[in-house]
Design a protein around this ligand. Structure first.
Ligand code: BGC
Length: 802
């Protein structure tokens, strides 16, 4: 199809011979991916794969399987295979037998609850009579107990401390509080009772956790009767099948945790102050996020139940022949041979961690700096893995001027590298690199805090922050738009001001396609646009075709197409009324658990095809915010607590999507780590933590994968709204990192449109406010040159689309 035809005419033509959207092939790929994303937590006496051929399925989650999260991350697919259905299939194939009476009960119960309007994962665990459980236990000695969780945007998995604040979040937050109390991190009363009944009556219990976020697992580790456990995450439409395959041994587990599973919610350093103030969050733990906290401080280490990077296999592996080789500048190659020393096939991940010299600047005890997964290794088979290592990923940011103010510093000293199968299982062999003098990358201070009270240091003390700077409020020269006029406004498109400009209409040699065909320069083209043309370009445009999140561009007189956007990241999100089913893939956290960037790239490529086939130009994917705490409502949409994992997975996703010549939009830039009151919440945090942790994945993706777009986040960062933040959107993103694409706002944020444009955000979505930008222009608050800057970003990105 010739350039931009999909955007102009939204044809119904398939991308390939047959439609790829929701196709059998894509569903099969979703299933294959799901099979690689599960993490085996516990396997005492090799209870798994199941040897017993008779089992009992317990827990409403066998039917109430949750394929993914809600809100914009939801996906409408043709069907969902739940765990019960998948086991029915296994039984038909003669692989096992299971106890049906309970399953029939759960099936009816869950269907009734759905009919009442309750959504998957938001249903109370029904109580079972002890006699029923005893009866089931007469049938089999092994029970598989399943638990599921649901979450979504605009609420968190931790109940608000102030009742009045519930109006600022989704209603579902109240339902969650009713079901689980303070947090669904913990089991509900009924779930606890079920676990008790299972452990009292069955010799062996195997737990399956169907949750996109971390839940309590201490009880799993501590209970001897619980012999097996799997973190299945939320695996998309074929998750039930993947889970049954894994338990029955048709496949093997090869996933690893991408978050630390601690013994209690309050063991995470950020929890006690999470809801202290609905309008702000202080990131007092500083750079000590996730394993950087738990692994560095001894007292915290004792609270880890299942550590970062952890995951068992049905076989065993050994690592040998470790070596390191200098390639160039700060780049090295680490080699390791992985051998399957067990009796069945499997895949292993070699994780490379660095212990930096203690030095002057605060650093965590270990940082993940590389990883590689093997291919399938049969018993006795080995593979030599080569892991690339870039020492600059290890640099610390000096915001206090202890070595060099506002510089990334790789401190001199000996850097020790360890390889292992998780952060707590490292080989004894130490590889070393010696850095003889501090290596600096000087930048300027940006995004500094003004009211951060304390920061956690390497000695485990919360010390007074000394980096606060006076901040001047960003004043709008036209006043601030009333936020009540910003919510949910549907773009109507610009009024065709150009109808009288016959010169433009008549003359196709002034169309934008001439720039694409090198017949006109971008500057010459932009000079044809009036101020109002440009103002039209910087706001969201009406939906066409099956889109529901609006488009941008749309100046027909100049032949600029209306390019549609659509949500992700777990699949292309088209509203059900369109009757177009798409493929529901495993959620982002699940994909990261595969530790397989090639797999993630292949999903980006396949899902990107669905996006393109439906005439959409930008997929609002991936989300790469950090799992700062286990209860952020949108963690399922993000990859990990670790910026390196998020950066690698996000880059793979972007590369896969953009191989289709459509755009990926990396979100939410930056520090959107709390959903409650997300549009008005100030993330108060040090520049060091911002640079080393929170914007690091974005930096890696911009530098490695060249995304066409970035989405600014709703929240405020140290007193300045992310969407109006020039230091973030221009100085760091473009000047420091070299980003050359479009910056979109998040949909219906609370920012002032012209201030967003000045900051370097190019398109306000879902809707722009032309009249307010025009007013700012008339008052000389924004100039033609400023607008040309935004328009150049928009147009040069449209040029990249097919
Ligand atoms: C979400 C974005 C999403 C957008 C469009 C917002 O509420 O935060 O992630 O892409 O809506 O649906």
């Amino acid at each position: 199809m010739s350039k931009w035809k999909r955007h102009f005419y939204t044809p119904v033509l398939p991308l390939e011979e047959k439609r790829v959207t929701g196709s059998k092939e894509h569903i099969e790929l979703s299933k294959q991916a799901a099979r690689e994303c599960m993490v085996l937590l516990k396997n005492e006496y090799s209870i798994l794969p199941l040897k017993e051929r008779k089992i009992v399925l317990l827990g409403k989650a066998i039917v109430d399987y949750v394929k993914g999260g809600g809100g914009s991350g939801d996906v409408y697919c043709e069907y969902i295979t739940n765990i019960y259905q998948a086991f029915c299939k296994k039984e038909k194939e003669g692989k096992l037998q299971f106890y049906h009476a309970l399953c029939d009960f759960y099936d009816t119960y869950v269907k009734d609850e759905y009919a009442k309007g309750n959504r998957a994962g938001m249903i109370e665990e029904p109580l079972l009579e002890d006699t029923e459980v005893r009866k089931a236990a007469e049938f089999a000695s092994v029970a598989i107990l399943c638990l599921s969780r649901f979450s979504g945007e605009n609420w968190d998995r931790l109940a608000l401390s102030n009742e009045d604040d519930f109006v600022k979040v989704e209603n579902i937050a109240i339902q969650s509080k009713e079901l689980y109390g303070i947090s669904d991190f913990y089991l509900s009363i009924n779930e606890r009772r079920l676990v008790q009944q299972a452990c009292n009556n069955f010799e062996s219990v195997i737990v399956v956790i169907n949750s996109g976020g971390v839940i309590d697992t201490k009880w799993i580790k501590d209970t001897p009767n619980i012999k097996g456990a799997v973190v299945a995450s939320q695996l998309g439409m074929e998750g039930g099948t993947a889970i049954a395959d894994l338990l029955c041994g048709d496949i093997y587990p090869s996933g690893k945790l991408v978050d630390t599973y601690a013994d209690d919610l309050f063991s995470y350093p950020c929890i006690s102050s999470f809801h202290k103030d609905i309008n702000s969050v202080e990131y007092n733990e500083d750079i000590f996020v996730g394993y950087r906290y738990f692994n560095t401080f001894e007292s915290a280490n004792a609270k880890v139940v299942y550590p970062f990077g952890y995951g068992l296999s049905y076989t065993t592996f050994s690592f040998s022949d470790l070596s390191i080789k200098h390639i160039e500048a700060q780049c090295y190659e680490v080699r390791v041979t992985v051998t399957n020393t067990g009796s069945s096939s499997g895949k292993e991940v070699a994780e490379l961690y660095c212990e930096a010299p203690r030095g002057i600047l605060d650093k965590p005890s270990l940082i993940l700096v590389g990883f590689k997964k093997t291919k399938e290794l049969k018993s006795g088979e080995r593979e030599l893995l080569t892991i690339s290592l870039d020492l600059s990923n290890l640099a610390s940011y000096d915001d206090e001027g202890l070595i060099a103010k506002n510089a990334y510093v790789l401190e001199k000293g000996i850097y020790k590298f360890y390889i292992g199968s998780s952060i707590d299982r490292l080989e004894k062999t130490v590889l070393t690199v010696s850095v003889n003098a501090d290596i600096l990358r000087q930048v300027e201070t940006k995004l500094s805090p003004s009211r951060l009270t304390t920061r956690l240091n390497r000695n485990g003390e919360y010390v007074i922050n000394t980096t606060n700077k006076q901040k001047n409020e960003l004043v709008s020269g036209i006043g601030r738009q009333d936020i009540n006029t910003l919510e949910g406004v549907i773009p109507v498109g610009h009024i065709d001001r150009n109808t009288t400009r016959a010169d433009v209409r008549a003359s196709m040699d002034k169309w934008f396609i001439n720039v694409a065909e090198d017949k006109m320069s971008m500057d010459d083209f932009i000079s044809l646009l009036s101020i109002d043309d440009m103002i039209d370009l910087v706001g969201g445009q009406p939906n066409t075709g099956v889109a529901n999140t609006y488009g941008f561009g749309n100046l027909p007189l100049f032949g600029i197409p209306n390019v549609m956007t659509a949500d992700g990241p777990a699949g292309l999100r088209i509203l059900p009324e369109c009757e177009v089913n798409t493929t529901a893939w495993p959620c982002a956290t699940a994909l990261a658990q595969s530790w397989n960037p090639d797999l993630v790239e292949s999903i980006g490529y396949a899902a990107g095809k669905e996006v393109k086939e439906n005439n959409i130009g930008f997929w609002l994917t991936p989300g790469v915010n950090i799992h700062r705490n286990p209860v952020c409502g949108r963690n399922f949409e993000y990859y990990s607590e670790d910026p390196f994992v998020a950066g690698i997975m996000g880059s793979a996703m972007v590369v896969g999507i953009q191989r289709n010549h459509i755009g990926a939009c990396v979100k939410h830039f930056a520090l959107n780590n709390k959903e409650s009151n997300r549009k008005e919440c100030d993330s108060i945090v040090s520049e060091k933590a911002i640079r080393e942790i929170y914007i690091k994945p974005f930096e890696m993706i911009v530098k490695n994968a060249n995304p066409y777009a970035i989405m600014s986040s709703y929240n405020i960062i140290n007193g300045v709204r992310a969407a109006e933040n020039k230091e973030l959107l221009s100085d760091i993103l473009r000047d420091e990192w070299g980003f050359d694409g479009i910056v979109f706002s998040d949909w219906w944020n609370h920012s002032e449109h012209y201030l967003e444009l000045l900051a370097g955000e190019d398109v306000k979505m879902g809707n722009g406010y032309c009249e307010r930008v025009r007013e700012a222009f008339d008052k000389n608050l924004i100039t033609r040159k400023d607008l040309e800057n935004n328009v150049r970003h928009i147009l040069s990105t449209i040029l990249k689309l097919d």
